[in-house]
Ligand binder design. Structure first.
Ligand code: NAI
Length: 258
């Protein structure tokens, strides 16, 4: 199947890693649904960028934590662009907190977005993918899930670890139907999320500190992750499944390292 036959859904595609992935998948030739939870204007700006470059895209508002909204989104994408062949489960939020400081409501919300969102979107696309015996699902987890230990990241890391195991298990369930399920585990990327987590902190100092922990001596850019997502979403990647591709510039501070 050629890139130009692909229809991709990128959840949380209006900014950051999702935006970069939406733009790159469109550049490869896929028609793209740019999903967002609320800020339609930002998603529409990405759609206009794709259209200006000659691509096809639509912006669809749907909270991935809301199963009904996700099902309606898939129906709308199918009607407007065609049946989805690629799903990028990128939408995610981070509640920075410790055992002492966490807010149960925010923790529950993070879980509904980061974990239930992946389940909802996967369930919503899998029927059509099974029927056509073709699909590429790429989940965005985090290196936090596999052992880095930034302060305040424990619960977020746990939600992403859940995504990592679901990636392997869903790959097992869907493989016989021609559907691959993989994950990308980004290191520290320059996005609104990482900046928001450092409100009041000196961003430049945080960037320097984290760059020093990577072999490549820099933090990541959204395009670094988009590239890995596009690789796993490619038609040629049909024999890669159940994998988590770590894209972190060679981080050296995993738990257990001296
Ligand atoms: P971001 O906050 O800049 O963008 C996330 C996007 O997801 C936003 O457009 C947001 O509106 C959307 N979103 C949030 N909740 C949603 C919901 N319920 N339904 C639909 N859309 C929703 O974040 P960033 O940094 O681009 O992160 C993207 C993904 O990468 C997230 O899953 C994040 O956990 C993960 N990640 C990010 C890292 C980083 O250093 N920035 C590192 C490791 C993983």
């Amino acid at each position: 199947m050629a890139w130009t036959d692909q229809v991709a859904i990128v959840t949380g595609g209006a900014r950051g890693i999702g935006r970069a992935a939406a733009l790159l998948l469109a550049e490869r030739g896929a028609a793209v649904c740019v999903n967002c939870a609320a800020r339609r204007d930002a998603a529409e700006a990405v759609v206009r960028e794709i259209e200006a470059a000659g691509g096809r895209a639509v912006a669809i508002v749907a909270d991935v934590a809301d199963n009904k909204a996700v099902v309606a989104m898939i129906e709308a994408v199918t009607a407007q662009l065609g049946p989805p062949t690629i799903l990028v489960n990128n939408a995610g939020i981070s509640h920075q907190a410790t055992l002492d400081t966490y807010d149960p409501e925010r923790l529950a919300r993070m879980r509904r977005v980061n974990v239930d969102g992946v389940i909802h979107a996967t369930r919503a696309v899998m029927g059509g993918m099974r029927a056509r015996r073709y699909g590429r699902i790429v989940n965005v987890t985090s290196i936090a899930a596999i052992g880095t230990a930034l302060a305040g990241n424990a619960f977020y890391a746990a939600s992403k670890a859940e995504v990592a195991i679901l990636t392997r298990r869903f790959a097992m369930e869907l493989g016989p139907d021609g559907i691959t399920v993989n994950a990308v585990a980004p290191g520290f990327i320059r996005t609104d999320m990482t900046r928001a987590n450092r409100a009041g902190d000196d961003w430049a100092a945080a960037e320097r500190r984290l760059a020093e922990r990577a072999m490549m001596r820099r933090i990541g850019e959204p395009q670094d992750i988009a590239h890995a997502i596009a690789f796993l979403a490619a038609p040629e990647s049909g024999w890669i499944t159940a994998q988590t591709l770590v894209v972190d510039g060679g981080r050296m501070d995993y738990i257990g390292h001296a």
